[in-house]
Structures are given as structure tokens and as C-alpha cells.
Design a protein. Structure first.
Length: 261
């Protein structure tokens, strides 16, 4: 199993102990609770930790800024990974709270859920997401993952504000039948809200969060309908990426073996 990747001042690797997992939860608190206005029964406001029941059996991919070790152990980006072999018997994925995943779970292929992805606000728009994806891609190869999935979010819960973007996703990026996941009632939200002839596609694409656009660039799909998550103050879409159907040239761009340590 790979150990870590290093890039100039950054290192990306899996969390090795509880303190590093808490650093990930602390960054999640800063982003999801403070910035986005999310709420949860398991949030520890005193310790500033965004915790949920899935954390204990997931792998946590961390991006460290080695020059900022004195601040939250240097953790500036996180990804929570749940491959099917780590899912406890009779347990469900986080995404199953919002989406019906039967087609993925019954596909006979090795699947993995991606979740709780975030980057500190000072590192957005740079290379942080690319560095995280380098580690993610190596994890996918090492574990033989065939299908990736997970919810990704628009901030806010008013679908009319992002209607062109949702309509664009529905029109251009809807998953094929064998990969289709469907949002659950009562919070499911139709995505085909606007006549595509009336949509400015450039503007609509600009409104789509960078994480969703990263999935789309390498061949990702969206499931049927969005899901309004009032607790997290978001509108979610379920992203699905079939490694066999992905643009492997773009996918491999995240795997820079010259940085392997």
C-alpha cells in the first residue's frame, strides 16, 4: 500500500491515528458548520469537531501543508473514503440516507463511497484539490475500485437559485440506466427545472461547484433528482464515476508517480 505523496510544501496520505482524524473533523467543522451553516446531533461544538457515525470505519485522506503544522496539525484538505470491504455487515452508506443505491450495490463490482470532501478556504482555487485527487486515485488503483459514488453539494436549499445548473446536469450528465441512483422522498427535487433552450450554459456551468465539475471532467454522471438536505443547508446531487468509462487520460493526470514517497 502506498504511504504518501509529497508536493513542494504539501503531503497527502491517509490518517494514521485518532488525533489526525480529529484534525479532519475540525476542518470539516470549519467548513460545514461555520461556513455552510450545517447542523448535526453529533457535532461537538466545544471541541469544534464535525463528527458522524461513519467516521470510525472509513479511511480519511488528508492533505497537509507542512509549513502550517502549528495550525490543526497542518491539515488543509480532507476526503472520507468508504470502500465496500470496510462497510460493516448490515450497515448502509451515508449516501443511502438520500439516494437509492440498489443498482450500484447489486452490480457485482467493487464500489467506494466518497464523502466529507472539503478544503480550507485559504487553499481553494489552487492545487489542493488536485493533490487530494492524486492520493484518491492511488487508493482507487491499490484497492481495485471500479465505481466511485457520493453526494456533492450546492450551498443553500433554494433550487430556483441554481435551476439552470441543475437543468444542465440533468440534460448533459445523467447516469446511464445501469448506474442510475434515485433520490428518496420527501426531500427529492427535480433537476429538469428550466427549458435548456433558455439556459446560458456558460453561466450555468460557472455556478456548479468545483468538486462537481472535477467529477464531470473525468466522465462522472449524476443520479436522478437532487436532494434537499436542510440539516447541512445544501442541495445535493449524487455523483457516480465508473472507472471503465472514465476518461483515463484525465484520470491518470491525478496520478503523479514521480512524487511518490
Amino acid at each position: 500500500m502506498w504511504d504518501k505523496y509529497s508536493f513542494e510544501n504539501f503531503t497527502v496520505r491517509l490518517a494514521r491515528n485518532l488525533n489526525e482524524i480529529k484534525a479532519a473533523q475540525r476542518l470539516r467543522y470549519d467548513v460545514f458548520i461555520e461556513e455552510m451553516g450545517a447542523t448535526s446531533d453529533l457535532v461537538d461544538h466545544n471541541a469544534r469537531l464535525e463528527i458522524d457515525k461513519f467516521d470510525e470505519y472509513c479511511d480519511h485522506l488528508l492533505l497537509f501543508d507542512r509549513n502550517k503544522r502549528e495550525i490543526n496539525m497542518g491539515v488543509v484538505g480532507v476526503y472520507r473514503l468508504l470502500p465496500d470491504h470496510k462497510l460493516p455487515i448490515c450497515a448502509e452508506y451515508y449516501s443511502q440516507e438520500e439516494y437509492d443505491l440498489k443498482k450500484l450495490k447489486n452490480s457485482g463490482r467493487k464500489i467506494m463511497e466518497l464523502g466529507r470532501s472539503c478544503v480550507h478556504k485559504s487553499y481553494r482555487g489552487g492545487t489542493a484539490l488536485t493533490h487530494l485527487w492524486t492520493g484518491l486515485t492511488e487508493y482507487v488503483y491499490q484497492n481495485g475500485i471500479e465505481i466511485l459514488f457520493g453526494v456533492a453539494s450546492f450551498h443553500g436549499t433554494n433550487p430556483s437559485k441554481i435551476a439552470p445548473s441543475l437543468s444542465l446536469l440533468h440534460s448533459k450528465y445523467l447516469a446511464p440506466p445501469d448506474l442510475m441512483v434515485t433520490a428518496k422522498s420527501p426531500n427529492k427535487q427535480r433537476m429538469d427545472l428550466v427549458d435548456m433552450h433558455k439556459v446560458d450554459r456558460v453561466v450555468a456551468m460557472k455556478q456548479i461547484p468545483s468538486l462537481i465539475k472535477a467529477y464531470l471532467r473525468i466522465g462522472g454522471f449524476v443520479g436522478k433528482d437532487a436532494y434537499i438536505d436542510h440539516a447541512f443547508n445544501t442541495i445535493d446531487v449524487c455523483m457516480v464515476l465508473d472507472i471503465e468509462r472514465a476518461n483515463l487520460k484525465k484520470l491518470s493526470a491525478y496520478r503523479k508517480e514521480t512524487y511518490f514517497r
